[in-house]
Design a protein around this ligand. Structure first.
Ligand code: FAD
Length: 544
C-alpha cells in the first residue's frame, strides 16, 4: 500500500478546508470492478475450496476453512462420567437471537436451557449502535424494504427468508416496545427514523447510538424474569447426535468447574453469532471477544449445509487511530446524519450512503492509491468529518451520538472539533448456516438463528437488518422448536458423528493438530494461566 500524507500534515490541511462545502466529485464507477480490485473478500489467496463436509468443493475464506476442517476439542473419553441433563429446548448463545428464541419457546410452555460462553448479553447485540430496520414510516412498505434488501445483497439473498423478515418488521418493533425497549421519538411521540446506506426510505429506528445496549437490557431482564435456566461461562464444544445422525443436544463445558455436561434436548437452537475475532485477512474487528464462529464449526461437523462462506462485511467506519482502539465501530448513523468522508487531499471521494461494501472498497482504494492519512503505527485511514456535521447541525453529536462522544474521550479527540481517522473493520458474516423460514437447518432438530445463519443478506448486509433478523427469526425458531415431538428419552446420544468427519479429514490429509471450535482468540485474557490452559487442555492430547 502506498504511504499517505502524515497525520499532522493531513490534519492541518483538513483544518484549512474545514467549513467550506465539500462537493462530491463525479464518483461514477464500475462497482463490480471496484469490489474486485479493493474489497478484502477478493484479496489474493484468501479463498480456498473446502475439502470435506457438506460444502465440499465450495469456496470458503481460508481461515474459516481451517476451522471448519479442524479436529474436535473432545473425544469419547472426555464424556466418561459426565453429568447428563434433559430439556425440551437447548439454546446456545446469549445474545439477541438466543434470548428472543428462549422467550418465545418458554412462552409456548417448553422447558428451556440457555447456555452461553460468557455472561448473558456479552455479545455483538449489546454493541449494536445504528438501529433496527422496519417499514413503519408512512412512505415506506415491506415491499420497498424487500427490494432494498435484495438489491443491497447483490440479489443473492434467499427471497423467501427476506420476505418473512420484512413482513415481520413492524410487529418486531411492537414486540420490543412491549418488552420495555425505548426508541428515540419526536415531540409527538412518533418513532424517529434514519436512512441506512443503500436504501431508499428512512426505515431505521434507534435509541441514541446504543440501540443494541437498550435492546439487550430488556431481553436480558425478560429472560432472567422467566422460568428459563441460564448457564453462564458454559460454551458448547460439540453437538450430540442420535443413531439417525439427528441433533439430540450438546456437550457443554462449564469453564468455572472445568467439567463437561451433556444436555439432551428435543430441539437445539444455535445462536452463537459471528466470527469477527478470527480477524480474517488480519483485519481488526468491531466484534466482541466471543465472536469466533463456533456455531459454524459445530453445525458443519454434524452435516449442516452452509452458504456464502466467502462473503464478509467490512464496515466502512472502524476507528483507525489511536492504535489501541483500532477496529472499534463508529455507527453508520453518523454518516446517515450527514457526516462526510474526506481523504488526505481534503476531498470527498464516494457517496457516503452507498452500500457498505462499495464505501469500504472506496476507502481502501483511496489509501492504496496514496490519498490516505498515514498515522504511523496505527496504519492508514481517511477522515470522518464529524466537525463538519456538527457545524451544519450544532450540538447533534452530543445529543444524538453519546457513544461517539465517549469513544472520542477514550481517544483523546473531541469529534465535534477534530475529525476521526477511519478504515474498514471486519464486522459481519454475510453467510452462515442454511435455514428455512423457521430457522430449521438441513439437520433435523437443529435450528440456527441470528448471525450464525445465512441467506438473509446475500453478499452484503444493510444497516439495521441484523437486529431485525435476530428478533424475527429468533421468535420463529423458538415457536417451532417448542412444538417438537422428538422423543429424546428413547434415543442413545453420542458424538459418534465425529468419526466420519475425522476419517474424511485424514483422507484429505488435513492437519489434525488444529482444534475447534476456537472459543476465544489467542490473545484473550483469562483469570489465570490455569484457566487459559483449561480451555486448551486437549490441544496436544497425544503428547500429554
Ligand atoms: C459494534 C457493532 C455494531 C452493530 N450495529 C448494528 C446495528 O446498528 N444494526 C444492526 O442491525 N446490526 C448491527 N450489528 C450487527 C448485530 O448487532 C449482530 O449481527 C447481531 O446482534 C447478532 O446477534 P446474535 O444473537 O446472532 O449474536 P450475538 O449477539 O453475538 O450473540 C451470540 C452469543 O453466543 C455466544 N456464544 C458464542 N459461541 C458460543 C458457544 N460455543 N457456546 C455458547 N455460547 C456461545 C456469545 O458469547 C454471545 O453471547 C452491529 C454489530 C457490532 C459488532
Amino acid at each position: 500500500m502506498s504511504k499517505g500524507t502524515p497525520y499532522k500534515e493531513a490534519l492541518a490541511r483538513f483544518q484549512q478546508v474545514h467549513g467550506t462545502a465539500h462537493e462530491l466529485p463525479d464518483t461514477s464507477v464500475d462497482v463490480d470492478a471496484l469490489l474486485r480490485d479493493h474489497h478484502p473478500d477478493h484479496l489474493g489467496g484468501s479463498i480456498v475450496d473446502l475439502e470435506v463436509g457438506a460444502n465440499r468443493g465450495e469456496r470458503c475464506h481460508r481461515q474459516l476453512a481451517d476451522m471448519l476442517q479442524s479436529n474436535a476439542r473432545i473425544d469419547e473419553a472426555d464424556l466418561a462420567g459426565a453429568k447428563t441433563v434433559e430439556t425440551d429446548v437447548l439454546i446456545i448463545g446469549g445474545g439477541g437471537a438466543g434470548c428472543a428464541a428462549a422467550l418465545t419457546a418458554a412462552k409456548e410452555g417448553a422447558r428451556v436451557i440457555l447456555t452461553t460462553k460468557l455472561r448473558l448479553g456479552d455479545s455483538n447485540t449489546v454493541m449494536a449502535e445504528g438501529g433496527i430496520q422496519a417499514s413503519i414510516d408512512k412512505d415506506d412498505t415491506p415491499q420497498i424494504h424487500y427490494d432494498d434488501t435484495l438489491r443491497g445483497g447483490h440479489n443473492l439473498a434467499d427471497k423467501d427468508l427476506v420476505a418473512k423478515m420484512v413482513l415481520d418488521g413492524p410487529d418486531v418493533i411492537r414486540w420490543l416496545i412491549k418488552q420495555g425497549m425505548q426508541f428515540d421519538v419526536d415531540e409527538f411521540g412518533d418513532l424517529l427514523t434514519r436512512r441506512a446506506g443503500g436504501t431508499t426510505a428512512d426505515r431505521v429506528v434507534y435509541f441514541r447510538d446504543y440501540t443494541g445496549l437498550e435492546m439487550m437490557r430488556v431481553l436480558r431482564e425478560s429472560v432472567l424474569n422467566r422460568e428459563i435456566e441460564v448457564w453462564h461461562y458454559s460454551p458448547a464444544v460439540e453437538l450430540l447426535s442420535d443413531e439417525q445422525g439427528h441433533c439430540a443436544g450438546a456437550v457443554i463445558t462449564d469453564l468455572k468447574k472445568r467439567r463437561n455436561v451433556l444436555v439432551k434436548a428435543k430441539s437445539v437452537i444455535m445462536a452463537t453469532g459471528g466470527i469477527g475475532r478470527m480477524h480474517l485477512n488480519a483485519f481488526p474487528t468491531s466484534n466482541h471477544f466471543g465472536a469466533t464462529g463456533d456455531g459454524l464449526v459445530l453445525t458443519y461437523r454434524l452435516g449442516a449445509q452452509l452458504r456464502d462462506l466467502d462473503s464478509f462485511q467490512y464496515h466502512p467506519s472502524g476507528l483507525a487511530y489511536p492504535h489501541h482502539l483500532a477496529g472499534t465501530l463508529i455507527t453508520e448513523g453518523v454518516r446517515s446524519a450527514g457526516a462526510q468522508m474526506i481523504n488526505a487531499e481534503g476531498q470527498r471521494f464516494v457517496d457516503e450512503l452507498k452500500p457498505r461494501d462499495h464505501v469500504s472498497s472506496a476507502i481502501i482504494r483511496e489509501c492504496a492509491e496514496g490519498r490516505g492519512v498515514d498515522a504511523g503505527e496505527s496504519g492508514i485511514g481517511i477522515w470522518l468529518d464529524t466537525p463538519g456535521l456538527d457545524l451544519r447541525n450544532p450540538g447533534i453529536i452530543n445529543k444524538r451520538f453519546p457513544k461517539l462522544v465517549q469513544l472520542g474521550k477514550k481517544s483523546g479527540i473531541d469529534p465535534a472539533k477534530t475529525p476521526l481517522l477511519i478504515y474498514p473493520t471486519l464486522h459481519y458474516q454475510n453467510g452462515g448456516v442454511v435455514i428455512d423460514e423457521n430457522g430449521q437447518t438441513t439437520v433435523p432438530n437443529l435450528y440456527c438463528v441470528g448471525e450464525v445463519s445465512g441467506g438473509l443478506h446475500g453478499k452484503n448486509r444493510m444497516m439495521g437488518n441484523a437486529l431485525l433478523e435476530i428478533i424475527s427469526f429468533g421468535r420463529r425458531a423458538g415457536h417451532v422448536a417448542a412444538q417438537s415431538g422428538y422423543q429424546r428419552r428413547h434415543n442413545k446420544v453420542s458424538i459418534a458423528h465425529l468419526g466420519p468427519m475425522q476419517r474424511d479429514l485424514t483422507l484429505a490429509k488435513m492437519p489434525m493438530d488444529l482444534q475447534g471450535p476456537m472459543l476465544f482468540p489467542d490473545y484473550a485474557k483469562f483469570d489465570s494461566d490455569a484457566e487459559y490452559e483449561g480451555l486448551r487442555k486437549t490441544r496436544n492430547r497425544e503428547e500429554e
